[in-house]
Design a binder for this molecule. Structure first.
Ligand code: G3H
Ligand code: 13P
Ligand code: ZN
Length: 309
């Protein structure tokens, strides 16, 4: 089976009241950790690559690894560009074999966001590729850009119909209070489900995407802090909120920080317990295994997409 787009996955997820996990990938161990979990749980997958990941690993390496994942697992897997910030980057990713791209022009004024998104949609659809765009702006760090709380903004439901009909985009990321990174809330976690509800009323049947959706699993933060790390105050989105979003119009839930935490927790713990180890396989193996455990948990207990491949 070749790489797939997200079209079919989103249709089934919307109708079934579950969400597909979109996991950020940067190297072989991360990809294998995720895919082993999806294979065990028969879950469709979105593997996504940020511009930072493209620079770190080179697109060709990641594409070949993801193609290997398809061959190894037989699962429907989409290869997605995460937070593409220009038309050119989206075009290059399509040429590199990605089956889905995100054009994130959410920092631009509404009309300019429509313009650049429409250009990407035209090119992508001509090449059989689907497009995600964003309206509203999440707080946090993406690549090297830090969006402050003051510069973040909730999605305005009054804009979504015009945006989707003028751009022809296939899915839409909205801002309802999630944020990128491992420090999402200082006090109580709050998400604007009223906005999600309103958006889905305006766009019946249309797939919504939730970025910044890591739970920042406390157990991993503890392991990191007990083994030389310093991540006091790290806090993410409670899982019951993610389950609720998945049961609504949210069809794609983005997870990166939790993968990073699992990876780092396993490596820190392994090296603390085995100070003489220096073969990368000795600590990357446990990192891969903990990623598998994490992703199985997400697929079964948070996203509900197990058994849907
Ligand atoms: O939304 C951002 C993702 O977590 C990717 O992060 O740009 O550091 O690869 P990155
Ligand atoms: P987290 O930082 O919450 O994992 O969000 C990842 C994300 O939105 C990738 O686009
Ligand atoms: Zn994101």
């Amino acid at each position: 089976m070749p790489l797939v787009t997200t079209k079919e996955m989103f249709k089934k997820a919307y109708e079934g009241g579950y969400a597909i996990g979109a996991f950020n990938v940067n190297n072989m161990e991360i990809i294998q950790g995720i895919v082993d979990a999806a294979k065990e749980e028969r879950a469709p997958l979105i593997l996504q690559v940020s511009n930072g990941a493209r620079k770190y690993a080179k697109p060709v390496y990641l594409r070949k690894l993801v193609e290997a994942a398809v061959e190894d697992s037989g699962l429907p897997i989409a290869l997605h560009l995460d937070h593409g910030d220009t038309f050119e980057l989206c075009v290059q990713s399509i040429k590199d074999g990605f089956t889905s791209v995100m054009i994130d022009a959410s920092h631009l004024p509404f009309k300019e966001n429509i313009k650049v998104t429409s250009e990407v949609v035209k090119y992508a659809h001509d090449h059989g590729v689907v497009v995600e765009a964003e309206l509203g702006r999440l707080e946090g760090v993406e690549d090297d850009i830090k969006v402050s709380a003051a510069d973040s903004s909730y999605t305005d439901p009054d804009q979504v119909q015009e945006f989707v009909s003028k751009t022809g985009v296939d899915s839409l990321a909205i801002a309802i209070g999630t944020s990128h990174g491992a420090f999402k809330f200082k006090g109580e976690a709050k998400l604007r489900f009223d906005i999600l509800e309103e958006v889905s009323k305006r766009l019946p049947g249309f797939p919504i995407v939730l970025h910044g959706a890591s739970s920042v699993i406390p157990e991993y933060v503890d392991i990191i802090n007990k083994n030389g790390g310093s991540m006091q105050g790290a806090k993410g989105i409670p899982e019951d909120m993610l389950r609720k979003a998945a049961s609504m119009a949210v069809c794609k839930i983005n997870i990166d920080s939790d993968l990073r935490l699992a990876c780092t927790a396993a490596i820190r713990q392994h090296l603390a317990e085995n100070p003489s180890h220096f073969d990368p396989r000795q600590y990357l193996g446990p990192a891969r295994s903990l990623i598998t455990e994490l992703v199985r948990h997400k697929l079964v207990n948070v996203l509900g997409c197990n058994g849907k491949a």
